[in-house]
Design a protein around this ligand. Structure first.
Ligand code: B12
Length: 302
């Protein structure tokens, strides 16, 4: 885990080292002690402080980040991300994504308003050149890296948080939509297992019942695939209904026609809708059984 000294973090956000030490000692920031007794702060905790208190980054390089973009309107940010993706500049891609999170954007908004539109534009390139496909693959990989790093600085889930699992069905090779779903849910108080592309839906259903998952998401990006796997989706929806587990289906290639509706399934068009749906489930759950604020979850499921 990457950590920072009070001096480093203070210089990065323009606060003195002694103030940072005081905040750690008073518990305003969760500090860690090295074996030698020195105070350290994790990147996740630094991110929480920066977001909640609205600190600007005076020296972002001290936190391993590039200068934040000077532009702030969404259109310019999408263009900046598209350019960084096309140039294969992972440092800038990561910087754009993380700097929006530190500036206070929710991860769902970063996915819907920044990453998805930039990828959509990159998706026009394959029609004109053979290189387009390679650019799509590389851009996908850079977004995967940036989203994974974003997930690394989100608040850690607790053992008592509900579990969500999901993926894309067989025949669907797309990595990003399901990964986005996992990041958005992880950032809103869920333990998450993302099985990614090519997930057999029968296994997903068994896993949900066996692990006590409370939410399953499915993402469709491969056009024409929904009709083929529709019987499996219906079977999954029915099994989950019997177990009282919520299912949400989304993605650009899930058809809107009534033929694809099942009475027990919710349909969403964006990560914001996924976030809202998941928040609704959490709210009901918390009202039913108030949880204790004990230990954080550890290990793989996080
Ligand atoms: C990257 C990419 C690829 C990569 C995928 C790499 C990988 N391993 O992931 C590769 C190169 C493999 C690929 C292949 C192909 N691709 Co492609 N690809 C794309 C591209 C550029 C980005 C896809 C992506 O990741 N987007 C980011 C995601 C997150 O955005 P999103 O899908 O819009 O998701 C949002 C919402 O739908 C929603 N959402 C998504 N999932 C869920 C789930 C839930 C529960 C909820 C609530 C919401 C939700 O929230 C998301 C965020 O806002 C798109 C362009 C585009 N417009 O998306 C083309 C695109 C999808 N591909 C296309 C095509 C044609 C192909 C190929 C046929 C090309 C070819 N000649 O080989 C193949 C087919 C592959 C297949 N089996 O389906 C077309 C499809 C057009 C169509 N109508 O048929 C597109 C639209 C490009 C275009 N404009 O022509 N592709």
């Amino acid at each position: 885990m990457k950590t920072f000294s009070p001096r480093q973090l203070g210089a990065a956000i323009g606060v003195s080292e002694s103030t940072l030490k005081r905040w750690i000692d008073k518990g305003r920031i969760r500090g860690i002690r090295t074996s030698g007794g020195h105070r350290r702060v994790s990147m996740a905790e630094a991110a929480r402080l920066i977001r909640e208190q609205g600190y600007g980054l005076v020296q972002p390089d001290l936190l391993g980040l590039p200068e934040p973009p000077l532009v702030l309107d969404v259109e310019a940010l999408v263009e900046a991300l598209q350019a960084a993706l096309l140039e294969g500049d992972g440092f800038r891609v990561h910087g754009l994504v993380v700097s929006r999170y530190l500036a206070g954007d929710e991860s769902a908004a970063i996915c819907d308003n920044l990453i998805a539109p930039a990828m959509e534009r990159i998706g026009e390139l394959w029609k004109d050149s053979d290189e387009g496909i390679l650019l799509e693959h590389r851009a996908t990989d850079l977004c995967v890296q940036a989203l994974s790093r974003l997930r690394g600085i989100l608040p850690r889930p607790r053992r008592t948080d509900p579990l969500a699992i999901g993926g894309a069905p067989s025949g669907d090779p797309y990595l990003l939509p399901s990964l986005m779903a996992s990041v958005v849910l992880a950032g809103s108080g869920w333990r998450v297992d993302n099985f990614g592309p090519e997930t057999p839906l029968a296994s997903l259903g068994q896993c949900a019942a066996g692990t006590g998952a409370e939410l399953v998401w499915l993402s469709f990006t491969s056009y024409g695939n929904a009709q083929r796997v529709l019987p499996e989706v219906r079977e999954l929806a029915e099994g989950l209904r019997r177990s009282g587990i919520a299912l949400i289906v989304g993605g650009q290639a899930w058809p809107r026609s009534p033929h694809f509706r099942t009475t027990t399934t919710t349909f969403g068009r964006s990560m914001r809708e996924l976030f809202a749906f998941a928040q609704g489930i959490r709210l009901k759950r918390n009202l039913a059984e108030p949880r204790s604020d004990d230990d954080h979850a550890s290990g793989g499921t996080s």
